[in-house]
Design a protein around this ligand. Sequence first.
Ligand code: ZN
Length: 389
Amino acid sequence: MLALLRAAEVFTPENIGKSELLIGGGEIIALERQIDLVGEKLVDEIDLSGKWLVPGFVDSLVHITGGGGEGGFGSRTPELQLSDAVRAGVTTLVGALGTDSLTRNLSNLIAKVRELNAAGLHCLCYTGSYHFPVKTLCGSVERDIVFIPEMIGVGEVAISDHRSSQPIASELAKLAAEARVAGMIAGKAGIVSVHVGDGDGCLDPLLEVGMSSDIPLGQFYPTHINRNPRLFDAGMHFARQGGAIDLTTSTTPDILASGEIKCSRALKLLIDRRVPLERVSFSSDGQASLPLFDAKGELSGLKVGNLASLWQEVRDAILDEQIEPSLALSVVTRNPARILKLQGRGQLQAGGPADLLVIDPDSMQIESVMAGGKWLMREGEVLVKGQFE
Ligand code: ZN
């Protein structure tokens, strides 16, 4: 059956005003000011007057199989539940391993990716982990990216962090070259997702690759750029030099008190300082442990990252920082989709996948979620849950 979504204020993420969408076969068949149909009996007509229609969110970093474990086995975080992604409005996500590539592995990661895809989401992943040399599934980064459909790059490789394998610039350049060429062959981004810790080096290892090789900075996608003011400054420089930067929305009051810049605030600063916004994205770092270390580098606390933080920060950017909704939405929709070369994702357009959210602008709550033309949540009720939730 076709669905006709009428009279919503549509953000593609550009605000195009009141428009109507015809959905069928998992795609947006038409996006027009007004759609008139004959044979309406075949159409499920839904009046969305007073609501916003926005693209489904693209979350470029989620530890879908769980993460953490940095405080002993008792500190391992759990797997992502399907309904957590649905409630958060995330319809496209990229799974990754983190610090632990010993008790967690890529076989398990691929299985989880396929579980989420079977439920209707668009889930992809990175080969590798924090660890260098990279541990892979098919024997090399190139083979993983070329032969495994869901693998679009490598990461999150850790730099400037005491948990990193401390790769040097020439090693990072070789890794980026492998990912780049494999991505070209497979028609994927071949991106290198980079976990940046709070070490003094900040983004220097990546800038060194940029200066000493032919690898463009855009091949790297460093995350956690809002971790502290120093890294944030380095991130602004990196984006101005042509790189893409990602900010982490999951946080805690403790972490903010220790110097992290809240994402909504960071976005305002990036706009004020005229950093090219199309190279900026937010990701949730969902299911990651959020460790706190004391002055001696000892673990002093642990929380779990949450996909819902994506919308919380976009909402705060709109309400508290007075940022245009279309700009605030772009960092969780079109921008990450472009950086990751995910064609058609993160935007609403005729011929594109029908991944969309209905938002009530009065309550600023996500009310309904459609992925691939299928409603996963309607008016606050989650319709599709994981098999064992
Ligand atoms: Zn990380």
